[in-house]
Design a protein around this ligand. Structure first.
Ligand SMILES: [Zn+2]
Length: 58
């Protein structure tokens, strides 16, 4: 079963992953699974958050 990985900040599709992968070590610790969608932070937003910690959501 494939689930869609979305950025929770800008809603951009980061990619798809197999649900089986989530049990492995490559699961993203900041990722949140809702139904068949995994919400994470894309590299672009992650960089912005690190540059401006007070401005987490736009
Ligand atoms: Zn993003």
């Amino acid at each position: 079963m494939k689930i869609l990985k979305l950025c929770r900040t800008c809603d951009r599709i980061i990619g798809e992953l197999e649900l089986d992968d989530l049990t492995n070590d490559n699961a993203d610790p900041i990722m949140e699974i809702v139904g068949n969608v995994a919400y994470a932070i894309c590299p672009g937003c992650l960089q912005e958050m690190e540059l401006e910690p007070r401005n987490v959501y736009h």
